[in-house]
Write a protein of this length. Sequence first.
Length: 216
Amino acid sequence: MIVLGIDPGTASLGFGVVERIGGGLREIEHGCLTTTPSMPLPERLLAIHTRVAELIATHRPTLVAVERLFFSRNAQTAIGVGHARGVVLLAAAQAGLPVREATPSEVKTAVTGSGTAEKEQVGRMVATILGLAAVPTPDDAADALAVAIWAANRERVGEEHVSSVLDRSAIAPMTDGVTPFERAVREALARERATKAVAPAAKSAAATRAPRRRAS
């Protein structure tokens, strides 16, 4: 099975092609397509579509795996990633290929065992898993290879892929069940609420411990 992994973005789109042979994985190709802000957006998207279509025609992957947008603090970045994702999904659909998607934390967990791993750790583990002599560069290409590794190890013939009602940007049909993405959303929101609750308490405790000045 050959998997084309994509780390989407309009400024920089990473790609990585991985083949699963038995219980092992090997890297076929990886790289990064960059476009400049001086190009009109339609031309940048056309360049992305053309490159992805070329990769599909060259390597004939079994499926395409795409990193999904997940809680971006920068609205402009989120919009750019959304544009790129749409073009990648279009190219896959035109080729009749199934698409799998994962959040960054799901990919990191699959590759390193930790959903909060740093990029350097992800790169090192990608190199180890694929038997590469050096960490793949740039980071976007390493991330794309990680996405491909996640999909190649996860894919099961006949497995149903669905999304939840909380996730209206997902590629799969919606279901009322709890999906990994919905679970991740709930956990992230719970962590955010817990952080906000702890901060005032810590500030209050610090103020209580502060020494009082004696009146002169």
